[in-house]
Design a protein around this ligand. Structure first.
Ligand SMILES: Cc1cc2nc3c(=O)[nH]c(=O)nc-3n(C[C@H](O)[C@H](O)[C@H](O)COP(=O)(O)OP(=O)(O)OC[C@H]3O[C@@H](n4cnc5c(N)ncnc54)[C@H](O)[C@@H]3O)c2cc1C
Length: 379
């Protein structure tokens, strides 16, 4: 909704909003069929990259569009609004490389990832490790030639299609991150079948004595927690933006239908009960947008914004989930068929309710911050 979002380049933002809408219309049937089949539409993704939507924050010299967090949020929201292919994990990868990558790693991976030519994934979760990284069992052991990685990762978006994955493993020094090419000997993948975000399907990624050199380290050994946390706020803002985009789409589509749907002597939107639903949902999405915009502005200013970012994702999950649930009141049976995307959005939302910081984990963080210093937060 961009109530208070301030992209540094408003002209780029306006063109991007217009072009992403047109892209969604032009490629609707290919996008829908990819989503139905849980298939990554790589050609369309490369096309999105060519237009600057996969690398909104990466410097132009490195293949990106040179924007900031506001531009990133805008792209993610329009991805949601038009149900395009989310580049969020790739953008996280670009930020990791920009913050922690060696000059060689940046040169090797960054331009490809920023333009959508090189597919990036993050291999963090394991069958026994979700919210708690302390339980991680994947290991990386140092020997004379480099590192040997063993372990089993799961839920990895684009793990099966990626060119490079960032894997987290335990070393003697603690949690450590490595950039590993998918074709490396000993690395195997198996696509899995998620209910939502099906255009970037998940995979199991197995590391069986995968050997990598020192140059694969992202940061230093033992710095995994720092690298991991360094993109936390960013990924939550991207999630919040995509959720707001889905909410906008659901409400806009439902209103368009209900305003034309005759029931009794009038249209569905003539009922006061329906109008109140529309008002409530719009207000919730608007409020989530404002908090997201505020967090993005703080981030672009370099001001601490973990609480605002976490609030933004929590409010966006609640607003989007409530919106998708309630728009069925406007669309009736029309919304209950596969040709419409209300059902798909319902399922997409469940993914972002869990992945990238589940609603419970977000609430825990917010509660901790409030209870530690209530007076500092205006209570
Ligand atoms: C479609 C999809 C895509 C994903 N993509 C990736 C990816 O690309 N790379 C990757 O590494 N991972 C990915 N994930 C994994 C995701 O990050 C994890 O699902 C997430 O971290 C939560 O872990 P879990 O599902 O194992 O839940 P668990 O940690 O097992 O928790 C189970 C439930 O308990 C709740 N819970 C946990 N702790 C608390 C607490 N302290 N208080 C209250 N409730 C709590 C959780 O919110 C959750 O609902 C993806 C997941 C999905 C479903």
């Amino acid at each position: 909704m961009y109530v208070e979002l301030h992209p540094a380049n408003p002209e780029w933002a306006a063109v991007t909003i217009r072009d992403m809408a047109a892209f969604g219309i032009e490629h609707r049937s290919e996008l829908d069929s990819a989503s139905r089949d849980a298939r990554f539409p790589r050609d369309l993704y490369v096309e999105m990259g060519r237009r600057g939507w996969v690398g909104p924050m990466t410097p132009i010299a490195d293949g990106g569009s040179g924007g900031g967090v506001a531009e990133y949020c805008l792209v993610e929201e329009e991805v949601g609004r038009h149900r395009l292919i989310s580049p969020q994990i790739s953008i996280q990868g670009q930020c990791w490389l920009l913050a922690w990558g060696s000059p060689e790693q940046r040169q090797r991976y960054l331009p490809g990832i920023a333009t959508g030519e090189c597919i990036f994934s993050e291999s963090i979760s394991e069958p026994g490790v979700g919210s708690s990284l302390k339980l991680m069992r994947a290991t990386a052991t140092r020997d004379a030639d480099g590192w040997v990685i063993n372990g089993h990762k799961c839920h990895v978006n684009l793990g099966h299609q990626c060119d490079v994955t960032l894997v987290y493993a335990m070393t003697d020094a603690g949690l450590t991150a490595f950039l590993v090419d998918r074709t490396t000997h000993g690395l195997s993948t198996r696509q899995t079948d998620p209910i939502g975000l099906r255009m970037i399907p998940t995979a199991d990624v197995m590391f069986d004595n995968v050997r990598v050199p020192d140059t694969a380290l992202l940061g230093e050994p033992g710095m995994g927690m720092q690298t991991f946390l360094s993109t936390f706020n960013l990924s939550r803002l991207g999630n919040a933006s995509e959720l707001i985009g889905w909410g906008r789409r659901a409400l806009a589509e439902a209103i368009a239908y209900a305003a034309e749907r005759r029931v009794g002597d009038g249209m569905v939107t003539d009922f006061q009960g329906i109008q109140w639903t529309v008002a409530n949902l719009y207000a919730e999405l608007y409020a989530a947008s404002l908090v997201r915009d505020h967090a993005a502005t703080l981030s672009d200013q370099g001001t601490e914004h973990s609480l605002e970012t976490t609030l933004a994702k929590m409010l966006a999950v609640n607003a989007a989930e409530h919106t998708i649930n309630e728009v069925f009141a406007l669309v009736g049976a029309h919304g209950l068929y596969r040709e419409q995307d209300f059902g798909d959005m319902l399922q997409d939302i469940k993914v972002l309710r869990v992945a990238g910081g589940s609603l419970e984990v977000l609430r825990n963080y917010i509660a901790r911050r409030i209870l530690r210093h209530p007076e500092a937060l205006g209570l």
